[in-house]
Design a protein around this ligand. Structure first.
Ligand SMILES: Cc1cc2nc3c(=O)[nH]c(=O)nc-3n(C[C@H](O)[C@H](O)[C@H](O)COP(=O)(O)O)c2cc1C
Length: 360
C-alpha cells in the first residue's frame, strides 16, 4: 500500500490514494451562480488526483452563505457542471460534488433581508462573505420541522442534479461551521424536539440527509466529511462533542457510504473536552469500518506514512492542490511543491485559479 497504489472507493476505481479536498474558490461570478469554463479548466487541470471533490456547492437558494459560490439547484447550474464533469472525465479523472448548506454562517443580504436558517436562534458570531464584503453573522431563525423536512428534500434534489450533471458521487459537507455541524454542536443546537438535546437527536438530520442521498443514488456513491475538533471563533467542540461523534460514527458504520473523510486535530487538545480525539483518524478507524480519508496538513511523507500504517485508506490535500495542479506527479517524482497566493483563494478570476502550471 502506498500513496500511488490503486483503491476501490465505493463504485469507483481510483488510480491513487491522493484526493483533492473541497475548496471554495468564489469563481462563479454570475447572477445564476453557474460554474463556467474557468471551473472546467481548473478541475480538469487537477484530474490526475485519485478523486476530486468540488468546492462546497449550494443545495438550494436558502443554503447560500458565501458570494460567487455555484449551486446545484437550477438547470443552468446542472448544464454548467456537466461541462465540468465532462472535462474532468475527458482528462481521465473522477469527481464528486460537495453538497453544502451554510445555515447560520450566512447573511440576510443573500435572502432579501430574511434571516438565515439554523438549528436554533443563536448567532455563531462568525463572518459571511457577502457581495458587499465580509459581514458579521446575525441571529438566525430556528428551523421548524417543516424547514428541516424541506431541507432534507433539497439535499436529495441536489444529489439527483449531481447525477444528471455527470458527477461520480457526492460528498456531504458536515465539516467546519455550516448547517450540519451547527446541528451537531450542543452550543448552537438547543432544540428540544427530535433534532436536539442528545447525541442521537443532534445527529439525526445528518443521518436523515444521508438516507435521502443513498435513496437517490444507491450504495457507494455518497461520502461524508466531518471535522469534530474544528474550531473557529466561538464555534468549537463542547463537552457533548465526543458523545455526539461517537454516536454518529456508530451509525455511519452501518450505512453503504463510499467514505468517511476526517479533518484531524490541528493543535494539542490536552485539557480540552475533546482530548480523546487528539489522534482523530485513529479514533475513527476504531469506530468505522468503511474507507477513511484523512485530511489536514499532510505532505507527501506524512501522507505516505498514514497510508502505509493502514490508519487511513486515502489522504486529501486542500491548499497544495491550489498551486500544484500536477500534485500527484510532483509527489511521485519528488519534485518541488509550489506555494500559492492567498489573496486569490476565495475571490478573483483566472489569476491564481487556472494559471498555476504543471512543472516541466
Ligand atoms: C481556499 C480554501 C477553501 C476551502 N473550502 C472548503 C469547502 O468549500 N468545503 C470544505 O469542506 N472544506 C473547505 N476547505 C478546507 C479544505 O477542504 C481542507 O479541509 C483544509 O484546507 C485542510 O487541508 P490542507 O491542510 O491539505 O489544506 C477549504 C480550504 C481552503 C484553503
Amino acid at each position: 500500500m502506498s500513496l500511488f497504489s490503486s483503491f476501490k472507493l465505493g463504485q469507483l476505481d481510483l488510480p491513487n490514494r491522493i484526493v483533492m479536498a473541497s475548496m471554495t474558490r468564489g469563481r462563479a461570478r454570475n447572477s445564476g451562480l453557474v460554474p463556467t469554463e474557468l471551473h472546467a479548466r481548473y478541475y480538469s487541470q487537477r484530474a490526475t488526483a485519485g478523486l476530486i471533490v468540488t468546492e462546497a456547492v449550494w443545495v438550494s437558494p436558502r443554503a447560500i452563505g458565501f458570494t460567487n459560490v455555484p449551486g446545484l439547484f437550477t438547470s443552468e447550474q446542472v448544464a454548467g457542471w456537466l461541462r465540468v464533469t465532462d472535462a474532468v472525465h475527458a482528462a481521465g479523472g473522477r469527481i464528486y460534488a460537495q453538497l453544502a448548506h451554510s445555515g447560520a454562517v450566512s447573511h440576510p443580504d443573500f435572502f432579501g433581508g430574511a434571516l438565515p436558517l439554523a438549528p436554533s436562534a443563536i448567532n455563531p458570531r462568525l463572518q459571511s462573505f457577502t457581495p458587499g464584503g465580509f459581514k458579521q453573522t446575525v441571529t438566525p431563525r430556528a428551523m421548524t420541522l417543516t424547514d428541516i423536512r424541506e431541507t432534507i428534500g433539497e439535499y436529495a434534489a441536489a444529489a439527483r442534479n449531481a447525477r444528471i450533471a455527470g458527477f461520480d458521487g457526492v460528498e456531504l459537507h458536515a465539516a467546519t461551521t455550516y448547517l450540519l455541524p451547527e446541528f451537531l454542536n450542543s452550543a448552537l443546537n438547543l432544540r428540544t424536539d427530535d433534532y436536539g438535546g442528545s447525541a442521537e437527536n443532534r445527529s439525526r438530520i445528518v443521518l436523515d440527509v444521508l438516507d435521502a442521498l443513498i435513496r437517490e443514488w444507491g450504495p457507494g456513491r455518497i461520502g461524508i466529511k466531518v471535522a469534530p475538533v474544528f474550531e473557529m471563533g466561538g464555534f468549537g467542540p463542547t463537552s457533548e462533542t465526543v458523545a455526539t461523534y461517537d454516536y454518529l460514527a456508530s451509525r455511519l458504520d452501518l450505512l453503504p457510504l463510499s467514505y468517511l473523510q476526517i479533518v484531524r486535530a490541528a493543535r494539542d487538545l490536552s485539557g480540552t473536552p475533546v482530548e480523546r480525539l487528539q489522534d482523530t483518524v485513529r479514533y475513527f478507524r476504531a469506530r468505522y469500518r468503511g474507507a477513511l480519508i484523512a485530511n489536514l496538513g499532510f505532505n507527501q511523507i506524512t501522507a505516505s506514512e498514514i497510508i502505509e500504517s493502514g490508519l487511513a485508506d486515502l489522504v486529501s490535500f486542500g491548499t497544495p492542490f491550489i498551486g500544484n495542479p500536477d500534485l500527484v506527479r510532483r509527489f511521485r517524482r519528488n519534485l518541488p511543491i509550489a506555494s500559492s497566493e492567498r489573496s486569490t483563494y476565495y475571490q478573483g478570476d483566472a489569476q491564481g485559479y487556472i494559471d498555476y502550471s504543471p512543472i516541466d
